[in-house]
Design a protein around this ligand. Structure first.
Ligand SMILES: [Zn+2]
Ligand SMILES: [Zn+2]
Length: 306
Protein backbone atom coordinates (compact mmCIF):
# COMPACT_ATOMS: atom_id res chain seq x y z
CA UNK A 1 0.00 0.00 0.00
CA UNK A 2 1.46 3.33 -1.05
CA UNK A 3 0.35 5.02 2.13
CA UNK A 4 2.48 2.65 4.23
CA UNK A 5 5.67 3.89 2.56
CA UNK A 6 4.53 7.48 2.78
CA UNK A 7 3.59 7.00 6.37
CA UNK A 8 7.19 6.13 7.18
CA UNK A 9 8.56 9.22 5.44
CA UNK A 10 5.98 11.55 6.88
CA UNK A 11 5.65 10.28 10.44
CA UNK A 12 7.21 12.57 12.95
CA UNK A 13 7.16 15.50 10.58
CA UNK A 14 3.37 15.61 10.22
CA UNK A 15 2.69 17.46 13.46
CA UNK A 16 3.96 20.63 11.81
CA UNK A 17 2.64 19.92 8.31
CA UNK A 18 -0.69 21.22 7.07
CA UNK A 19 -3.04 18.90 5.19
CA UNK A 20 -2.00 20.51 1.91
CA UNK A 21 1.72 19.95 2.65
CA UNK A 22 0.94 16.27 3.20
CA UNK A 23 -1.11 16.23 -0.01
CA UNK A 24 1.88 17.70 -1.93
CA UNK A 25 4.18 15.06 -0.46
CA UNK A 26 1.75 12.30 -1.44
CA UNK A 27 1.48 13.74 -4.97
CA UNK A 28 5.27 13.79 -5.35
CA UNK A 29 5.79 10.28 -4.01
CA UNK A 30 2.81 8.43 -5.43
CA UNK A 31 2.36 9.67 -9.00
CA UNK A 32 0.44 6.52 -9.94
CA UNK A 33 -2.51 7.57 -7.76
CA UNK A 34 -5.39 9.61 -9.15
CA UNK A 35 -6.47 12.91 -7.60
CA UNK A 36 -9.18 11.44 -5.37
CA UNK A 37 -6.84 8.72 -4.12
CA UNK A 38 -4.19 11.32 -3.24
CA UNK A 39 -6.73 13.42 -1.30
CA UNK A 40 -7.82 10.26 0.50
CA UNK A 41 -4.29 9.04 1.36
CA UNK A 42 -3.25 12.52 2.53
CA UNK A 43 -6.26 12.68 4.85
CA UNK A 44 -5.33 9.46 6.66
CA UNK A 45 -1.64 10.40 6.79
CA UNK A 46 -2.38 13.86 8.11
CA UNK A 47 -4.90 12.64 10.72
CA UNK A 48 -2.57 9.91 12.09
CA UNK A 49 -5.62 8.25 13.68
CA UNK A 50 -7.57 6.05 11.30
CA UNK A 51 -10.67 5.61 13.47
CA UNK A 52 -10.96 9.34 13.96
CA UNK A 53 -10.25 9.99 10.26
CA UNK A 54 -13.02 7.60 9.15
CA UNK A 55 -15.41 8.88 11.83
CA UNK A 56 -15.05 12.56 10.90
CA UNK A 57 -15.20 11.81 7.17
CA UNK A 58 -18.33 9.66 7.59
CA UNK A 59 -20.17 12.23 9.69
CA UNK A 60 -19.29 15.18 7.43
CA UNK A 61 -20.21 13.17 4.32
CA UNK A 62 -23.61 12.30 5.79
CA UNK A 63 -24.38 15.94 6.68
CA UNK A 64 -23.18 17.35 3.34
CA UNK A 65 -25.06 14.77 1.28
CA UNK A 66 -28.25 14.83 3.36
CA UNK A 67 -28.72 18.57 3.52
CA UNK A 68 -27.05 19.18 0.15
CA UNK A 69 -29.47 16.81 -1.58
CA UNK A 70 -32.49 18.13 0.35
CA UNK A 71 -31.82 21.77 -0.52
CA UNK A 72 -32.83 21.53 -4.22
CA UNK A 73 -36.18 20.06 -3.07
CA UNK A 74 -36.68 22.98 -0.66
CA UNK A 75 -36.09 25.37 -3.59
CA UNK A 76 -38.32 23.37 -5.95
CA UNK A 77 -41.15 23.46 -3.37
CA UNK A 78 -40.89 27.26 -3.40
CA UNK A 79 -41.23 27.50 -7.21
CA UNK A 80 -44.90 27.27 -8.35
CA UNK A 81 -43.91 26.14 -11.88
CA UNK A 82 -42.90 22.76 -10.46
CA UNK A 83 -46.25 22.22 -8.76
CA UNK A 84 -47.61 20.25 -11.71
CA UNK A 85 -45.06 17.50 -10.95
CA UNK A 86 -45.90 17.32 -7.23
CA UNK A 87 -47.78 14.09 -6.48
CA UNK A 88 -49.98 15.52 -3.70
CA UNK A 89 -49.86 19.00 -5.13
CA UNK A 90 -52.38 20.50 -2.74
CA UNK A 91 -49.96 19.95 0.15
CA UNK A 92 -46.82 22.09 -0.08
CA UNK A 93 -44.76 21.99 3.15
CA UNK A 94 -44.49 25.30 5.01
CA UNK A 95 -41.13 26.86 5.92
CA UNK A 96 -41.85 26.11 9.59
CA UNK A 97 -42.57 22.44 8.89
CA UNK A 98 -39.32 22.11 6.95
CA UNK A 99 -37.33 23.96 9.62
CA UNK A 100 -38.74 21.84 12.49
CA UNK A 101 -38.08 18.70 10.48
CA UNK A 102 -34.45 19.66 9.73
CA UNK A 103 -33.87 20.53 13.43
CA UNK A 104 -35.04 17.09 14.61
CA UNK A 105 -33.01 15.29 11.94
CA UNK A 106 -29.90 17.26 12.93
CA UNK A 107 -30.47 16.53 16.62
CA UNK A 108 -30.75 12.82 15.83
CA UNK A 109 -27.53 12.94 13.77
CA UNK A 110 -25.62 14.39 16.73
CA UNK A 111 -27.19 12.30 19.50
CA UNK A 112 -27.87 8.92 17.83
CA UNK A 113 -25.46 8.66 14.91
CA UNK A 114 -22.36 10.46 16.19
CA UNK A 115 -21.74 8.31 19.30
CA UNK A 116 -22.00 5.09 17.24
CA UNK A 117 -19.92 6.24 14.30
CA UNK A 118 -16.61 5.52 16.10
CA UNK A 119 -17.44 1.83 16.27
CA UNK A 120 -17.67 1.45 12.52
CA UNK A 121 -13.97 1.69 11.61
CA UNK A 122 -12.60 -0.83 14.15
CA UNK A 123 -15.44 -3.32 13.55
CA UNK A 124 -15.39 -3.10 9.75
CA UNK A 125 -11.59 -3.29 9.45
CA UNK A 126 -11.57 -6.25 11.88
CA UNK A 127 -14.00 -7.98 9.51
CA UNK A 128 -11.72 -7.30 6.53
CA UNK A 129 -12.71 -3.90 5.13
CA UNK A 130 -9.90 -2.11 3.24
CA UNK A 131 -9.43 1.64 3.36
CA UNK A 132 -6.05 2.20 1.71
CA UNK A 133 -5.14 3.35 -1.79
CA UNK A 134 -5.53 2.68 -4.70
CA UNK A 135 -9.32 2.30 -4.80
CA UNK A 136 -10.91 -0.86 -6.23
CA UNK A 137 -11.94 -0.87 -9.91
CA UNK A 138 -15.23 0.78 -10.86
CA UNK A 139 -16.86 -2.45 -12.06
CA UNK A 140 -16.31 -4.03 -8.66
CA UNK A 141 -17.77 -1.04 -6.83
CA UNK A 142 -20.82 -1.03 -9.13
CA UNK A 143 -21.39 -4.75 -8.67
CA UNK A 144 -21.14 -4.61 -4.88
CA UNK A 145 -23.37 -1.52 -4.67
CA UNK A 146 -26.04 -3.27 -6.78
CA UNK A 147 -25.94 -6.21 -4.34
CA UNK A 148 -26.24 -3.85 -1.34
CA UNK A 149 -29.30 -2.22 -2.92
CA UNK A 150 -31.01 -5.62 -3.19
CA UNK A 151 -29.97 -6.69 0.34
CA UNK A 152 -31.04 -3.42 1.96
CA UNK A 153 -34.36 -3.33 0.10
CA UNK A 154 -35.17 -6.77 1.54
CA UNK A 155 -34.24 -5.73 5.08
CA UNK A 156 -36.21 -2.50 4.71
CA UNK A 157 -39.32 -4.25 3.36
CA UNK A 158 -39.60 -6.67 6.30
CA UNK A 159 -38.66 -4.34 9.12
CA UNK A 160 -40.75 -1.48 7.76
CA UNK A 161 -43.68 -3.86 7.44
CA UNK A 162 -43.15 -5.03 11.05
CA UNK A 163 -43.04 -1.37 12.16
CA UNK A 164 -46.59 -1.03 10.85
CA UNK A 165 -47.82 -3.59 13.40
CA UNK A 166 -50.14 -1.63 15.76
CA UNK A 167 -48.14 -1.30 19.00
CA UNK A 168 -44.83 -0.84 17.16
CA UNK A 169 -46.41 1.69 14.82
CA UNK A 170 -47.78 3.77 17.68
CA UNK A 171 -44.61 3.69 19.76
CA UNK A 172 -41.93 3.91 17.03
CA UNK A 173 -42.95 4.46 13.42
CA UNK A 174 -45.77 7.01 13.85
CA UNK A 175 -43.25 9.84 14.07
CA UNK A 176 -42.02 9.16 10.52
CA UNK A 177 -45.63 9.34 9.33
CA UNK A 178 -46.10 12.86 10.73
CA UNK A 179 -46.07 14.11 7.15
CA UNK A 180 -48.73 12.48 4.96
CA UNK A 181 -47.27 14.42 2.02
CA UNK A 182 -43.52 13.99 2.51
CA UNK A 183 -40.67 16.27 1.37
CA UNK A 184 -36.94 15.62 0.92
CA UNK A 185 -35.86 16.67 4.43
CA UNK A 186 -38.38 14.24 5.97
CA UNK A 187 -36.44 11.15 4.77
CA UNK A 188 -34.72 10.67 8.14
CA UNK A 189 -37.45 12.23 10.29
CA UNK A 190 -37.93 9.23 12.58
CA UNK A 191 -37.56 7.91 16.10
CA UNK A 192 -34.02 6.89 17.20
CA UNK A 193 -35.11 3.22 17.38
CA UNK A 194 -36.34 3.36 13.78
CA UNK A 195 -33.15 5.11 12.64
CA UNK A 196 -31.09 2.32 14.21
CA UNK A 197 -33.31 -0.52 13.00
CA UNK A 198 -33.61 0.60 9.37
CA UNK A 199 -30.08 2.04 9.38
CA UNK A 200 -28.86 -1.44 10.22
CA UNK A 201 -29.92 -2.54 6.74
CA UNK A 202 -27.82 0.24 5.20
CA UNK A 203 -24.65 -0.30 7.26
CA UNK A 204 -25.26 -4.00 7.93
CA UNK A 205 -25.54 -5.08 4.27
CA UNK A 206 -21.91 -4.18 3.40
CA UNK A 207 -20.73 -5.42 6.81
CA UNK A 208 -22.40 -8.79 6.20
CA UNK A 209 -20.90 -8.85 2.71
CA UNK A 210 -17.34 -8.22 3.95
CA UNK A 211 -17.77 -10.82 6.73
CA UNK A 212 -18.41 -13.52 4.13
CA UNK A 213 -16.30 -12.36 1.18
CA UNK A 214 -13.52 -10.36 2.86
CA UNK A 215 -13.73 -8.01 -0.12
CA UNK A 216 -14.90 -4.47 0.53
CA UNK A 217 -13.33 -1.02 0.40
CA UNK A 218 -14.50 1.93 2.48
CA UNK A 219 -14.91 4.06 -0.66
CA UNK A 220 -17.46 1.51 -1.98
CA UNK A 221 -19.29 1.77 1.32
CA UNK A 222 -19.35 5.58 1.00
CA UNK A 223 -20.60 5.52 -2.58
CA UNK A 224 -23.32 3.07 -1.55
CA UNK A 225 -24.43 5.29 1.35
CA UNK A 226 -24.41 8.40 -0.86
CA UNK A 227 -26.60 6.66 -3.48
CA UNK A 228 -28.93 5.25 -0.80
CA UNK A 229 -29.27 8.77 0.71
CA UNK A 230 -30.12 10.16 -2.73
CA UNK A 231 -32.71 7.38 -3.09
CA UNK A 232 -34.29 8.07 0.33
CA UNK A 233 -34.43 11.85 -0.11
CA UNK A 234 -35.76 11.65 -3.66
CA UNK A 235 -38.36 9.04 -2.61
CA UNK A 236 -39.61 11.53 0.00
CA UNK A 237 -39.43 14.56 -2.30
CA UNK A 238 -43.07 14.25 -3.37
CA UNK A 239 -42.14 14.85 -7.03
CA UNK A 240 -42.56 12.46 -9.93
CA UNK A 241 -41.11 13.89 -13.15
CA UNK A 242 -41.45 12.41 -16.64
CA UNK A 243 -37.67 11.90 -16.45
CA UNK A 244 -37.73 10.18 -13.03
CA UNK A 245 -35.79 6.91 -12.93
CA UNK A 246 -38.89 4.72 -12.38
CA UNK A 247 -40.08 5.54 -15.92
CA UNK A 248 -36.92 3.93 -17.31
CA UNK A 249 -36.49 1.16 -14.72
CA UNK A 250 -40.00 -0.18 -14.04
CA UNK A 251 -38.88 -2.03 -10.89
CA UNK A 252 -37.39 1.14 -9.34
CA UNK A 253 -39.69 2.44 -6.58
CA UNK A 254 -39.02 6.19 -6.55
CA UNK A 255 -41.21 8.95 -5.10
CA UNK A 256 -44.32 7.59 -6.82
CA UNK A 257 -44.11 4.43 -4.68
CA UNK A 258 -43.21 5.95 -1.29
CA UNK A 259 -45.44 9.03 -1.51
CA UNK A 260 -48.41 6.69 -1.71
CA UNK A 261 -47.18 4.91 1.42
CA UNK A 262 -47.22 8.22 3.31
CA UNK A 263 -50.62 9.17 1.91
CA UNK A 264 -52.34 5.83 2.61
CA UNK A 265 -50.29 4.55 5.60
CA UNK A 266 -50.68 0.96 4.33
CA UNK A 267 -48.72 -0.88 1.62
CA UNK A 268 -45.57 -0.07 -0.39
CA UNK A 269 -43.13 -0.99 2.38
CA UNK A 270 -39.96 -1.52 0.31
CA UNK A 271 -37.32 1.17 -0.15
CA UNK A 272 -35.68 0.95 -3.57
CA UNK A 273 -37.54 -1.67 -5.61
CA UNK A 274 -41.12 -2.70 -6.31
CA UNK A 275 -40.74 -6.47 -6.40
CA UNK A 276 -41.35 -7.31 -2.70
CA UNK A 277 -44.62 -5.37 -2.57
CA UNK A 278 -45.66 -6.78 -5.93
CA UNK A 279 -44.91 -10.42 -5.07
CA UNK A 280 -46.36 -10.31 -1.55
CA UNK A 281 -49.41 -8.34 -2.64
CA UNK A 282 -48.79 -5.35 -0.38
CA UNK A 283 -48.92 -2.64 -3.03
CA UNK A 284 -50.67 0.55 -1.93
CA UNK A 285 -53.25 2.62 -3.77
CA UNK A 286 -56.56 2.46 -5.61
CA UNK A 287 -55.39 0.35 -8.50
CA UNK A 288 -53.76 -2.30 -6.28
CA UNK A 289 -56.80 -2.61 -3.99
CA UNK A 290 -59.09 -2.84 -7.03
CA UNK A 291 -56.96 -5.71 -8.33
CA UNK A 292 -57.09 -7.40 -4.92
CA UNK A 293 -60.90 -7.04 -4.81
CA UNK A 294 -61.23 -8.50 -8.30
CA UNK A 295 -58.97 -11.40 -7.36
CA UNK A 296 -61.04 -12.16 -4.25
CA UNK A 297 -64.31 -11.97 -6.22
CA UNK A 298 -62.93 -14.35 -8.83
CA UNK A 299 -61.92 -16.78 -6.07
CA UNK A 300 -65.42 -16.66 -4.54
CA UNK A 301 -67.00 -17.20 -7.95
CA UNK A 302 -64.70 -20.14 -8.65
CA UNK A 303 -65.63 -21.71 -5.30
CA UNK A 304 -69.35 -21.29 -6.01
CA UNK A 305 -68.97 -22.86 -9.43
CA UNK A 306 -67.39 -25.98 -7.93
ZN1 LIG B 1 -44.30 3.44 7.10
ZN1 LIG C 1 -41.05 7.58 4.47
Amino acid sequence: MASAILNATLSGANSTLSYFNVFDEVSKNAVQLNYAERLWAAWYLWMQNDTLATGIMSFVMHEVVYFGRSLPWVIIDAIPAFNKYKIQNQKIPTWKEQWDCAALVLLSHFTVELPQIWLFHPVATYLGMEYGVPFPPLWKMAMQIAIFFVMEDTWHYWFHRILHYGPLYRSIHKLHHTYSAPFGLAAEYASPIEVMLLGMGIVGSPVLWVTFTGDLHLITMYLWIILRLFQAIDAHSGYDFPWSLRHFLPFWAGADHHDLHHERFIGNYASSFRWWDFCLDTEAGEEASKKRREKKLAQIKAKKAQ
